[in-house]
Design a protein around this ligand. Sequence first.
Ligand code: NAD
Length: 353
Amino acid sequence: MKSFVYNGQPARVVFGSGTIARLSEEIERLGLKRVLVLATPPRETDARRLAGSLGGTAAGVYAKATMHTPVSVTEDALQVVADLQADGLVAVGGGSTTGLAKAIALRTDLPQIVMPTTYAGSEMTPILGETKDGVKVTQSSPKVLPEVVIYDVDLTMTLPASLSGTSGMNAIAHAVEALYAREGNPLIDLMAAEAIGALVSALPVIAQSPHDRDARSKALYGAWLCGICLGSVGMALHHKLCHTLGGSFNLPHAETHTIVLPHALAYNAPAVPAVIETLRAVLKADDPAMALYDLAGRVGARRALSQIGMPPDGIDIATDRALANPYWNPRPLEREPIRALIARAYAGDPPRA
Ligand code: NAD
């Protein structure tokens, strides 16, 4: 067996249905007396209801979490934390809400309890991406890793079918890149394969029947494992390209991942034959990149970057930016093939190696 290093991230995870009822117990376990409940604006009513159910231990609600964690929002929230003398954070939402909790924790060391409502996986990672003056900067720090994560499948039942599909594809991308990560190891390989299998079987069911609790549960389980993959090993072409595209053209996070994933995998496929074998078995398909492109179609996702706001001249801009800061990837980055990859993703064409 090859030598490896396994870098586990400490986390306490409570998983199930109705687990939101365990929140008070977890707050007490951490010795917190005045938690601030965080949410996005559309989820404010739910956040207030949750805060109400906590009685005296909820100091207040801050419902301005925003995609890509703008530093201006974090600074506003820090003022609220100080005014309310909050001693802990409860984030109920997707990656945007978790991002806000992490950004506050980075600056205050306040403990975080995260209750994910999407499949983004941020709750399992020590990674924080923040945006200032239109530039998104990512950093990794153990300070931002949540102390407790409560997965309650009930909180995901309202996630619209379309968002569920793209959020689930976003999670699959973490596991796919973990399979060929430079820091890869057998434990992460096991989790990645298990996670992809769970999501690939659950997502088409959710697309047809968003209230199917078993499928929701399977998807959330898969998302948890995908989050561990993302938090444990380094990512490569797919995540770097999505970061560049999202940042350059302000594209929606999960949809961008959904569109780019089949193309990034097709690009890397010739360099990672063993991973392709694993994916063939998990996806039950000869061409894993094509299977992921088909899956995106089956969950009703858009498959062209041109449909989600990328301008036509973006192909060359993105190619230049993608190659500007070299990073490790299983297949070296070559200008023409990278440009062709972006052009196909822009047009919504099927992936090609
Ligand atoms: P999101 O958190 O922005 O949520 C998308 C929309 O769905 C929001 O309007 C939200 O209010 C709504 N929503 C969320 N859950 C819902 C539910 N159960 N029912 C109804 N509506 C619901 O989207 P996301 O894709 O989860 O997160 C994207 C952000 O997370 C990006 O900023 C991305 O960079 C970040 N992210 C970070 C990491 C990391 O490790 N640091 C990992 C993944 C994503």
